[in-house]
Design a protein. Sequence first.
Length: 644
Amino acid sequence: MINIINRIRRKLSLKLTFGIMLFLIAIFVVSLGILFMRSRQLVREEAMERAEQELDNVVMRVNGMMNEVETATMTARWHLTDDNLQPDSLLNFAHRIVAMNPNFDGCSISTEPNYFPQIGRYFSVYAYHKGDSVVSKTEDPYEYFDKVYYKTPLLLGKPSWVEAYTDVNGVVSGNFDDLIVSFGVPIRNSKRETIGVISTDLSMPWLSQVISAYKPYPNAYSVMLGADGQYLIHPDTAKLMKKTIFSDADTKNNQDLITLGHDMVSGNSGMLTVKIRGKRCLVLYKSLKRAPWSIALVCPESDILAGYTKLLYILIPLLVFGLLVILAFCLNVITSMVTPINELTDKLSYITHGHYNEPIERTSRRDVIGRLQNNFAEMQEALSKHITSLQEVNNVTCKLNSELEKASVMARKADESKSEFLKDVTHQIRTPLNIINGFTQVLRDDSESIPRDEVEGLIDTMQYNAVGMNRMINMLLVAANTGKDVKINVMEEVNVHELVDALTYLYAHTPPYTVDLVTDIKLLDTFTVRSNREFLGKALAELLYNAKKFTTDGHVKLTAMASGITVIFMVEDTGPGINEETQARLFDNFEKGNIFDEGLGMGLPTCRQMIRMIGGELKFDAKYTEGSRFVVVIPNSRGEVELR
C-alpha cells in the first residue's frame, strides 16, 4: 500500500487522474443523490396517493355497509306500530330483516321486562344466517337488560352503534369468530313509551375480510380501532379485544405509535410514518363518522420502495463500471500528455548544466505541451547559435585587440559592453530557466502535497517564463539579422480582421493576465493589405505585450484604420507612460527605462526593425498623455480605403 502511495506521489499523471476521478465521483454522487432523493420522494408521494385512495375505498365500503344496517333497522322500527307489537310479529320482523340483507349477521328484538305478561319477564327474538337459510327463534330467558346492545341505545335515548362484543345465548364466549358490532334503536309505542330495543348485527370476522381485501401492497394490512383504542380488526387475532394500541407500544421507543393511537381515537384523519416491529411503515388513517371507530391502512416502506430499491441495485454496479472505464481512459490520456514534459525536463536539466548544444526534438502536437516543447527547441537552437556567435565575436575581438593597440581603449569599452550584454542575456535566460526547472522538480517530486490552485499558479509561472524566453530569442534573431540583406515577402494578402483576431487570441492566452484588450477596427471584414503577415504580427504582438506588462488598471487598445496609401495600427494603454528622458533613447538597442526591469532592452528596436523591413515605420505618439501610444504605419499599395 505504501509503495502505491509513493508511486502516486511521484507520478504527475496518476495525481491528475485521481484528482479528476475524485471530482467526477463527487459530481456523480451529488447528482445521483439529488436524483434518487427526488425519485424517492415521487415514489413516496405516488404510494401515499395510492394508499389514500385504497383507504377511501375501505371507508366508503364500511360506511356503505353501516348505512345499509341503519336503513334496514330504522325502516323496521318505523313499521313496528302498536298493532304489530306482538310476539309473532316481532319474530317475523327480525326474520325479514335478516332474510332481505345477506350481509347482516343477525337481528334481535328485545322488550322491556314483563312487557308480555303472559310470557313473563323476558322476551327476545333473534334471527340469524345459518348456511344459505335464515333461522329465527325466541331466545331462552337470560338477563339481556345489561347487555351493551340493549342498554346503550336506551341510555343514550337514540339510535347508536355499540362497541364490538361476543355473545352466544347470553354468554360471553371470547372467541373472535363470535365477535360482532350492533346498531341498536329504541322501540317506542304511540305514547312515546320505551318498550324495547331492535338491534342489527354485523360479524366482525366478515367485516375484517371485507376490509382486508383492500391491499395496495403485498404486506399491507388494515387495522380498525374502537373508541378506547382497542383493536377491532387486526391481522393478529390474539390482540383483538384484549390489547389496545397504547398497551401494545413502548412509551420510550414507540412514541410515534402512541401519537397515532391518540390521533385515531380523537377521530382525526391523516398520515404518519410509524415504526412497527422494527420496520418503518406509512400509516394512513380515517375515522368513521357513524361510529367512534377509526380505520388505518398500514403500508411497509419496504413494499412502497421495492421498485426504487431494485433500481439502485442495477444503477450502482453500472455507475462503478462507468467510473472504472473513465479512470482507465483518463489515465491513458494524461499519461500520453505528461510523458513529453518528463522528457523535456530531462533535456532542460542537461542544458542548465552548460550543455547548450544538446538538441531538443520538435513535435507535431498543437496543444500547449507541444507548443512548449517546440518553443524550448527553438530556444535551444537560438541559444546554441548565440553562444557560438558570442564565442566567435570574442575570438575576433581578441585578435583585433592584439593587432590594433591604438584601438585598445575602444576595444576595452566594446569588451565591457559585450560583457554587460552577456551578463544581461545570461541573467534574462538563466533566471526563467531556473524557475521552470525548479517548478518542474517541485511538481515532479512533491505535487501531491501542493493544493491544486498553487499547482495551476506554478504552471502559469512556467508558461510566463517560457513565453518571455521565446520573446527574447526572437528579438535576438531579429537583431542578429539587422543590417543584413534579408529578403522577405511583402506581397502576402493579410486580412486585417483575421490578423486582429489572432492577436486577440494570443493576447488572452499569454501572461501576464492583467487587463483586457479592446479592439477598434475601422475597416470592412474583407479588407486586406499587402505585407508580410509574420513580421507585422510579431511587431504588433510585442507592442501589445509591452502595453499589457506595464498596465495594471484600465485597458489596452488596438486600433486599425486606413488613410489613403497607408494602413495605420495604434497600440495604446493606460499605464504609467514614458518620461521625456526615456523617450529620447526609446528605440536604442539594449536601453531600458529601468535597469531592474526584465528584458534585454531590444523589444522596441526589434519592432521598429521588423516594421521597416516590411516598408513601414514605428513611431511613439508623445501627444497621448493617458499612458503610452505607439503608431505603426505600413504602405497600402492599392490605396483603397474601406471603412465600416
